[in-house]
Each structure stands twice: as C-alpha cells, then as structure tokens.
Design a protein around this ligand. Structure first.
Ligand code: HPA
Length: 273
C-alpha cells in the first residue's frame, strides 16, 4: 500500500476502469510540450477534470489531459500539463500523476520540464538530461510521503545516471544527433522566478539549471520502484545570467522553438526503452 492510495482511491479506481490497456511507460509533459501527445494520435484522451479528485491546472501552457497512446509497440500514459506545488496544492496532490501511473502498471516514467539555465555553457533551447536533483527545499516534505516499511530508495536519486532510462535517453540523443547537455536540476518552490542573488547562490551549489517541478515527482517515482529519466528544456537564462528580463512567455516560446528536436528525442527514447 502506498501513502497516497487511501487519499486517491476514487481517482485510482476511475483510471483502472477507464484505461484501455496497461501502460508500459508514463510521461509528464512540462511547459509548452503539451502538443507531443496529440502528435501521437491518442487512443483515449481524458480531460483531467473528469478524474475524481484531480487538481485543476491553473498555468498557461498546461492544458490538463491524460492520454493513452501506442507508439512503436509501447503503450504510453501521457500527462499533458502538470500540477505545481506553487499553485497551492499539497505535495500529495502534486504526486497524483505519478501515483496513477504506478497504479496503472507503468514501470517507468519520463518527466519533462522547462528550466532556467545556470551553467554558462547552456543557452535557451538546449535540452538537459538530469544527472541529479538538488531538493534541499523539499526534503522534509518529501520524507513524510515515503511509506513506512517500504525500501527507502531516496538515496538512489543521488545518481540518476544509473537508471535504464537515463542510458536510453543518452543513446537516443546519439542516434537523433541531439546535442543533449547533462546537469543537476535545482528545485525552487516558486511561483516567482529567482532573484539574481538567489541564482548566484544556486550556482554556488553546483547546479546547472533551476526549476519549480519534477524533483518530488522523481523522488516519489523512484520510491515506488519506477525507472525514471528527467529532461529539461532550458527555456531561458536564469535571472541575472543575462541582462534580458524573464517572463513566462519566453518559456513557452523557447519550448515551441525546440519542440521538433525534443519530440524526436522523446520518441527515440521511447523506442529504445
Ligand atoms: N527559474 C525557475 N523555473 C523556471 C525557469 C527559471 O528561470 N524557467 C523555466 N522554469
């Protein structure tokens, strides 16, 4: 029994009744990447508002649908739009997509996001495969979510390079000629972007990119024993790294610009998984 099973029993029962097949893999699509699911011609698309107890998405670029898709012999469950902690939902609510993927039977999950670039070798439009999380601002909250009595896999997350999916994504980058960067993703709670002073601090921790999602999803997925990979679209220079002022429009504009490359990388990663 997972820690979320009781709280979300209706949503879980709904998905088990409604899903056309048991998915092999799940994906969570971040800002601006929503169209990926539609391009794969889903067998079933469920507005998340129809899932009992599913939090409503409030962020532009996150449309809130769950798709069941078959691609290259793989059955996929794709969450278009995500639930952010900064929207005022509890951490448990934010983890519902991961819980549903696990309960539906998906053995692995690819988590995508948009992030601000901190590493001076990164430019907006680059894609970054996460090698590690910095979740120092989430640790206590996350600890309360891990079921007593289950193996504690939190430390496994110190090294994301060891997952099967990490290797698949790297191989996919080689075969699609994608210049895939690698680096550490630093979680901030948001909702506002960081100040330049905060970015200087974050840079000092060794982080390569900063964002407001994914870490809790990844930690929980690993805790449940799922194989994971986390890919960021570097949508902007983090505050103070360049002189341009940051706005959410830039995040979606960059995601749109690199959509074709990102989609090709995701498709190849799925094929190789
Ligand atoms: N900071 C935090 N989250 C983000 C950013 C950023 O610069 N860009 C996209 N998501």
């Amino acid at each position: 029994m997972t820690v979320l099973e009781n709280q979300f029993s209706e949503a879980i029962a709904f998905i088990k009744q409604t899903m056309p097949y048991k998915p092999d893999m799940a994906l969570i699509l971040g800002s601006g990447l929503g169209d990926f699911a539609d391009s794969l011609h889903p067998d079933l698309s469920i507005p998340t508002t129809e899932i009992p107890g599913y939090p409503a998405s409030t962020v532009a670029g996150h449309s809130g649908k769950l798709h069941f898709v078959q691609y290259h012999g793989k059955k996929l469950m794709i969450f278009q739009g995500r639930i952010h902690y900064y929207e005022g939902y509890t951490l448990r609510q934010c983890l519902l997509p991961v819980e549903l993927a696990f309960q539906a039977g998906a053995a692995s999950i690819i988590i995508t996001n948009a992030a601000g670039g901190i590493n001076s070798n990164f430019s907006p439009g680059d894609l970054m495969l996460t090698t590690g999380f910095n979740s120092m601002f989430l640790k206590k909250d996350l600890a309360t979510l891990l079921s007593p009595g289950t193996p504690d896999r939190r430390n496994a997350l110190l090294e994301l390079r060891e997952t099967h999916l990490f290797k698949n994504v790297k191989e996919a980058a080689l075969s699609t000629l994608t210049d895939l960067k690698e680096g550490v993703y630093f979680y901030t709670k948001g909702p506002n972007y960081e100040t330049p002073a905060e970015v200087r601090f974050i840079r000092g921790t060794g982080a390569d990119a900063v964002g407001m999602s994914s870490v809790h999803e990844g930690v929980y997925a690993v805790h449940l024993g799922m194989d994971i990979a986390v890919i960021s679209c570097i949508s902007n220079f983090a505050a103070g790294i360049s002189t341009t002022k940051l706005h959410h429009g830039e995040v979606t504009e960059t995601a749109n610009r690199v959509k074709t490359t990102f989609e090709a990388l995701l498709k190849k990663s799925i094929e190789l998984a």
